[in-house]
Design a protein around this ligand. Structure first.
Ligand code: KG4
Ligand code: ZN
Length: 337
C-alpha cells in the first residue's frame, strides 16, 4: 500500500512547549531517535491545573537541559530543519519553544517550520512506520480537545464532531480532583478504577440522539453531586470506574457512529486520553467488530511530546513548506487545511 507519506530527507529537531510538558525530539524520517519529555505535573499539582505563568518559567528552565539530553540520546548534532509547536496553546509557554527554535535555526542556518499541536497529535500514528488506511476516522482526545476528525489523506482533515463544553481529559481531571486523586487525573482515575465496579454509580453520558458531538459538563456536575451526597462513605474505586465507564462508552459509541457514517477504512485514537487502557481496548474491539483497522500510538506518543511535532513538521517540510523568523504564536487555532 502506498501511504502517500513523504518525510523530509534530512534529520529534524522538534520542540514542543504548548502546555506543561517541555519536550525535544530528534527524527530521521518517521523514526524517532530521541523523544525527551520533562513534565511539570508536580509543579501544577498543588493548584489542581496548569498555571500559565509558572508553566512559562518552568519551560525556560527546562528547555536547554532537555535539548542537551535529546542530542546526547540521538547522537546527532546536525539537522536539516527545526519543527516547533506555535499553535494552539498557552502563549507564554509556546513563546519559549518558538524562541529556542528560531535561535537554533538562525545559528545553524537551517529552515524552520511552525506546527499545529493538534496536527501533531493526528500525525502521532505515523511514528516508527505506523500507517493508516484512508479515510481514517480519528478520535483526538486530550486535556484541551475532544474531536472526531476524518483524515481523508496525508495532512487532509475534516472535523466531523467536537465537544460543546469540556474536553474528555478535563472530565477525567475534574473527576479526579473531586475524588481527591490529584492532577493530572486520567492516569489516577484509571488506576483507582482497576479495583472498582462501574455499575455502582450511574452517571449521565451527555448528549443523546444521532449526534457526533460530545458534552461532558453534565458528568462533572453529576460527579460533584455524587461526592456531596455520599461524603466520606463514597467508594473511590467504584466512582472512578463509573466515571471512566461513562467517558469511554460515549467516546467509543460516537467514534463508531462517525466511522460508519463516513465509510471510514480505519479508526485511529490519539491525544493524552488515548493513553487510557480501557479506551484503547474498547475502541480497538469496536473497530475489529466493524472490520476496520485500528491505530493507536505507543503510550509516550499519546501525551504531549515533541516526536509527534517532528512527524507533522517533517511531512510539511517535505512539501516545501517553510516559516521565516517572523513566526508567531497563537492561543487558538483550527486544524490546518
Ligand atoms: O495531549 P495531552 O498530554 O495534553 C493536551 O494537549 O491537553 O493530554 C493531557 C490529558 C489530561 O487531561 C490527562 O488527564 C489525560 O490526558 N490522560 C489520561 C491518561 N493519561 C493522560 N486520561 C485517561 N487515562 C489515562 N491513562
Ligand atoms: Zn496535546
Amino acid at each position: 500500500m502506498d501511504s502517500g507519506l513523504t518525510f523530509f530527507a534530512r534529520p529534524v529537531l522538534a520542540i514542543e512547549t504548548s502546555c506543561d510538558e517541555t519536550s525535544v525530539a530528534v527524527l530521521s524520517g518517521d523514526r524517532v531517535l530521541a523523544n525527551v519529555v520533562s513534565s511539570q505535573a508536580e509543579l501544577h499539582e498543588k493548584w489542581g491545573g496548569v498555571v500559565p505563568e509558572a508553566a512559562s518559567r518552568a519551560h525556560v528552565e527546562a528547555i536547554l537541559p532537555v535539548l542537551e539530553e535529546a542530542l546526547a540520546i540521538s547522537g546527532l548534532r546536525e539537522f536539516g530543519a527545526i519543527a516547533v509547536t506555535n499553535r494552539p496553546g498557552l502563549v507564554g509557554a509556546l513563546s519559549v519553544g518558538v524562541t529556542a527554535a528560531k535561535s537554533l535555526a538562525y545559528a545553524w542556518g537551517i529552515p524552520l517550520i511552525g506546527v499545529n499541536h493538534l496536527e501533531g497529535h493526528l500525525c502521532s500514528v505515523y511514528a516508527g512506520g505506523g500507517r493508516t488506511a484512508y479515510p481514517c476516522l480519528t478520535l483526538m482526545v486530550s486535556g484541551g480537545h475532544t474531536e472526531l476528525v476524518l483524515v481523508r489523506g496525508p495532512l487532509d482533515y475534516v472535523e466531523v464532531g467536537h465537544t460543546i463544553d469540556d474536553a474528555a481529559g478535563e472530565a477525567f481531571d475534574k473527576g479526579s480532583r473531586l475524588l481527591g486523586l490529584g492532577y493530572p487525573g486520567g492516569r489516577a482515575i484509571q488506576e483507582a478504577a482497576r479495583s472498582g465496579s462501574a455499575g455502582r454509580y450511574p452517571l449521565p453520558k451527555g448528549l443523546s440522539g444521532d449526534t457526533l458531538d460530545f458534552s461532558f459538563s453534565g458528568l462533572k456536575t453529576a460527579m460533584r453531586r455524587l461526592v456531596e451526597t455520599h461524603g466520606s462513605a463514597i467508594s473511590v474505586p467504584d466512582a472512578a470506574a463509573s466515571l471512566q465507564r461513562a467517558i469511554v462508552s460515549v467516546l467509543v459509541e460516537r467514534t463508531a457512529r462517525a466511522a460508519e457514517r463516513f465509510s471510514a477504512a480505519s479508526i485511529a485514537l490519539v491525544g493524552g486520553v488515548a493513553a487510557n487502557e480501557a479506551l484503547r481496548a474498547e475502541l480497538g474491539a469496536e473497530a475489529a467488530r466493524m472490520g476496520l483497522a485500528f491505530s493507536v500510538p505507543a503510550f509516550d506518543l499519546c501525551t504531549d511530546n515533541a516526536a509527534m511535532i517532528g512527524i507533522a513538521g517533517s511531512l510539511r517540510l517535505a512539501r516545501g513548506e517553510r516559516d521565516d523568523f517572523g513566526l508567531d504564536v497563537f492561543p487558538n487555532a483550527a486544524l490546518p487545511r
